[in-house]
Design a protein around this ligand. Sequence first.
Ligand code: SF4
Length: 286
Amino acid sequence: MAVTTPLFADHTRSFATNRYVYPVISRRSRGLSVGVNLNPDKVCNFDCVYCCVDRRTPGDRRPVDLAVLAQELDDLLGAVADGSFWTQPPFDRTPEPLRRFNDIAFSGDGEPTTCPEFPAAAALVAARRAAHGLESAKTVVITNATVLDRAPVAAAIDRFRPEDEVWGKLDAGTEGYYQQVDRSKTPLAKVLANLLATGRRRDLTIQSLFMTLHGEPPTEAELDAWADRLSDLRRDGARIRLVQVYTTARATTEAYVGALPRAALDRIADRVRRLGVTAEVYAADG
Ligand code: SF4
């Protein structure tokens, strides 16, 4: 699920032994994003052909331990709050404009909202952030939207502040292409219904990954259908603040997946802009 292209990621002496919490400096977040991985078990109800999680080795199947999560958050947020974070290698090499704390993102090796501890973890993040005086950093949940209709998940998101963000995945406009790329038992219609219901209650960011399959880009008909689904969501009342158009930048589950060039991503983003929605492009080559 993690889709950021890091300048520096979590391979530090201080944080490498963490189970859940990892720091990433990325251009996309324009600073420090503290990742919370609720899925060391690598469990996901999607099986995306482009997923970069290596599931050839087993995950950690233990239930999420909220006490460990709290301790890891306190260690990292404490270092951010007192400034010592920026003196530790490799983060001491962070360019000046990126030396800011942007967000705490639920993003990891699976779908965070299917984790039974997600609501408690979201509350914990808000509490520990406040305890360290870091309220200016927002919460972000990066989700495939399949279970946003579950009452505890919806309630947890409804407790988010207005500045916190939900990034929902929408990779396809038809059930056929969705099953080709996301491979899920949950139908696309349910993903769309959940995006609509959530987007009626708060601003949504849509994340859409496009790729080549066996060297072929998505068809014009599929891209038209995807743009139509975005248009339908808006027409029916979803507040879409941004669509992120991106491609694969790392090793993928299936070898027949390839990155789309920037020019193709730009043309896809132009379809979004023609709907009157802001679009950003993240190409594999930066
Ligand atoms: S939603 Fe897709 S990309 Fe994200 S963790 Fe699941 S299988 Fe991987």
